[in-house]
Design a protein around this ligand. Structure first.
Ligand SMILES: *Cc1c(COP(=O)(O)O)cnc(C)c1O
Length: 487
């Protein structure tokens, strides 16, 4: 039978040579911008013009690769914000990213290979990276682990295992409806908001997450923790888990992880540690004592895109009890049948099924630079935070608002004849003006009732001169604004 001629379509380039040239140009542009990152503003405001450029109608017909890239370049020209890549960026807890991560993500995306199952070599690269993480963080070798998108997801994975193990019945089958007592969890008042989101998602409700007050160093008060657990037991609740923080977002403080581990052991509670960025203190001998006890955690959540400087997104959960981890997530419908004797697929260890090959950038970055260099960079950031702390203490117009155990400095501009409320406004205004100037960027938080300017050092590009510059800017802006307010 004569076949009718059909012209089938594909998304592959019509002109491979032109696509190759375009790719080379993109790579050149990327490297130009990274090499010269210092010369672009840290931040530029979002303008109407920018939103208009982005807000195009749905493209129904092909525009061609060159035009697509030209349009993107125009958008980037309209807003030249470098964000956390810039050496003078210290806002929130953001990652600087590294060049090799960009290459790795490009390769991972081009491979379009999922690292999900142990039939793919990518799986074994990711598994190796998890082995390396255990070794770097001093976590037991027998533990299992899974690479996820970031700290929030990593904490959710850990708390899910905690809930399922400690529920005391088959919660996967029967759900929370069958709980005879309400489960409760404990963390400090300084713990990250993703833990609240996690207990909400897990159906436990925000009320079940007890906020234990902190001491002057922003560490969980253990006496109050013990009392709260015992009060809860008496009132008929079912305590299941204590969450320790290794490096709080606000001030970089560490709960006493050894003491928390002891409480958990005595009370038969799951011990989860959120070490999003602070876990990496383990790499530097001068500060590794801060994470003592972290190795005793039943589950440990951390990021690699914050203080390991890799590009977004990549985080990881480690779980001491392999079997508990597997039993929390494993599910094998016919269409995903795999040999249970083989290493577990990553979908057996978290909610997600399809996954990108995020482990590749970890593998490539660690190999490129070596762990010793990461140790030095982490210590360099800690030293920079201590340098800023000293500058603040030596400058009469500035006031330190919290201890600096790690890499976060909370301080404020101070002026005569201003109460806390007016200083709060003044410091918020300083921040606003500093962002608009776009030559450096810190963020803010509240320390008690005081608005703090907050600098977090997870940046591998910063120098002391950058810190000097930022301090001068804060003082200059503070003086200007205070003068206007008074005059
Ligand atoms: C950033 C952070 C998180 C959340 O991590 P993401 O990677 O942003 O999802 C959790 N805990 C702490 C202490 C953090 O600093």
């Amino acid at each position: 039978m004569a076949r009718k001629a059909v012209k089938e379509e594909t998304l592959d380039p019509e002109n491979w040579a032109a696509m190759r040239d375009l790719g080379h140009k993109m790579l050149d542009d990327i490297l130009d911008s990274l090499e010269n990152v210092r010369n672009s503003p840290v931040w530029e405001p979002i303008t109407e013009n920018l939103l208009k450029r982005i807000g195009e109608p749905l493209p129904l017909e092909p525009q061609g690769p060159e035009k697509v890239y030209r349009d993107l370049c125009e958008i980037k020209e309209t807003n030249r914000t470098t964000g956390p890549k810039h050496p003078r960026f210290w806002g929130w807890v953001m990652g600087t990213g590294n060049v090799m991560s960009g290459y790795a993500d490009m390769i991972a995306s081009a491979l379009n290979a999922s690292s999900q199952s142990s039939i793919s070599w990518c799986y074994f690269v990711e598994a190796q990276v998890i082995e390396w993480c255990k070794e770097m963080l001093g976590y037991p070798k027998e533990a299992s682990g899974v690479i996820v998108s970031g700290g929030s997801m990593a904490n959710l994975v850990g708390l899910t295992v905690a809930r399922n193990v400690k529920a005391g019945y088959d919660i996967r089958k029967n759900g929370l409806q069958s709980a005879s007592r309400k489960m409760t969890l404990y963390g400090s008042s300084e713990m990250h908001s993703c833990l609240q989101k996690s207990v909400e998602l897990l159906g436990l409700g925000d009320d079940s997450l007890r906020r234990i007050p902190v001491d002057r160093d922003f560490r969980m008060n253990i006496d109050v923790l013990e009392k709260t657990i015992s009060d809860d037991r008496e009132a008929g609740f079912h305590p299941i888990c204590v969450i320790g923080t290794a490096g709080t977002t606000n001030t970089g403080s560490f709960d006493d992880l050894n003491k928390l581990a002891n409480v958990c052991k005595r009370e038969s509670l799951w011990f989860h540690v959120d070490g999003a960025f602070g876990a990496w203190a383990a790499l530097s001998p001068e500060i590794s004592h801060l994470v003592n006890g972290m190795e005793k955690a039943d589950s440990l959540a951390f990021d690699l895109h914050k203080w390991m400087y890799m590009s977004y997104e990549v985080g990881c959960t480690l779980v001491r009890d392999k079997k508990a981890h597997y039993q929390t997530f494993a599910l094998m419908p016919e269409y995903l049948a795999h040999d249970e004797k083989q290493p577990p697929w990553f979908s057996d260890l978290c909610f997600e099924l399809s996954r990108s090959f995020k482990g590749l950038k970890v593998w490539m970055s660690l190999k490129e630079h070596g762990v010793r260099k990461y140790s030095r960079l982490i210590q360099q950031n800690v030293d920079q935070a201590q340098y800023l702390k000293k500058l603040v203490e030596e400058t009469p117009q500035l006031e330190l608002l919290a201890p600096v155990p790690l890499n976060v400095v909370c301080f404020r501009y101070k002026a005569e004849n201003h109460d806390d409320e007016s200083l709060n406004k003044l410091n918020a205004r300083i921040l606003e003006r500093q962002w608009l100037n776009g030559n450096c960027m810190i963020s803010s938080t509240m320390i008690g009732d005081k608005c703090a300017l907050r600098a977090c050092f997870t940046n591998h590009r910063s120098t002391r001169e950058d810190i000097d510059f930022m301090v001068k800017e804060v003082i200059k802006l503070g003086n200007e604004i205070a003068r206007n307010v008074n005059g």
